[in-house]
Design a binder for this molecule. Sequence first.
Ligand SMILES: C[S@@+](CC[C@H](N)C(=O)[O-])C[C@H]1O[C@@H](n2cnc3c(N)ncnc32)[C@H](O)[C@@H]1O
Length: 287
Amino acid sequence: MALSYPLIIGRNDTHGLGYERVDGDPNVTVLVDTMRTTAQWPATVRLRAWEREQLGLDHGERLLDVGCGLGEAALVLADDLGSTGAVVGVDASAEMLRIARANAAAACCSVRFSVGDACALDEPSGSFDAVRSERTLQWIAEPLTAVTEMARVLRPGGRLSLIDTDWSTFTIDVGDVELAARVRTAMSVERNRPSNIGSRLHELVHTAGFTQLATTVQTHTWTEWDPDESPAPDGCFSMESLADNLVDTGQLTPVERADFVSTVRAAASRSQFTMGLTMYAVVAATL
Ligand SMILES: C[S@@+](CC[C@H](N)C(=O)[O-])C[C@H]1O[C@@H](n2cnc3c(N)ncnc32)[C@H](O)[C@@H]1O
């Protein structure tokens, strides 16, 4: 790893991204903005379009979005439900739901956003035709409990759509093979959360008793970042936060941390910067 670049002092924002407890997080604005940014990624747009086609929602059906965040994806699907359909969004964060409710002002069907826990849904059994959950299971310590709850609230023959990131697929290329290997190793370690759940979604739905119907993947690629203009690549954690992960997993010593950050920043400044991250999607049905 090249360790010769001086530390560039840029904007003093070294955020990580953590969605276990959005409310009260000092970076709540970053967390909300990141949802808006990542919703625009071509990979996300394509996965949501694929999901919409696979779910094939009909007028009058009821859709539940678990960990709905700002509600944007569910509100697009609302168009398929017609005026007699219904959307329910559940999220642990009141702040996310405050924005989701504002987003729902022009919805064509009945919409309700409720604070709740994916692992203990306050919804009657068999009360939904379809359930979706996107990039939420990676924040839940017991994802199988959450998917079992999703199965409970679905009617027989109901459809489930899961979309999630697999952080073990995260790659970084700044022209330094050793640095890339250290990042890859660090990101494959799950620390207190199932951050590599993406590739296990199909196993999860089978374990929860679903029949899998279809699966796909999409990779988001970052090819530019101006470290003097923004504290982190679009929709990503800061490189300081990434360095902390490498220290936590023994891939960097605390002394090497600043050199890692300056190496990545310098490479990005001379446009020698690529990162990649794969997201998985599965659509399944209850028996
Ligand atoms: C990364 S965001 C994804 C939001 C949205 N699904 C999207 O893809 O735009 C994760 C969301 O899961 C919510 N969340 C985290 N743990 C949860 C839990 N146990 N129950 C319900 N929601 C949870 C967070 O508040 C956050 O809004």
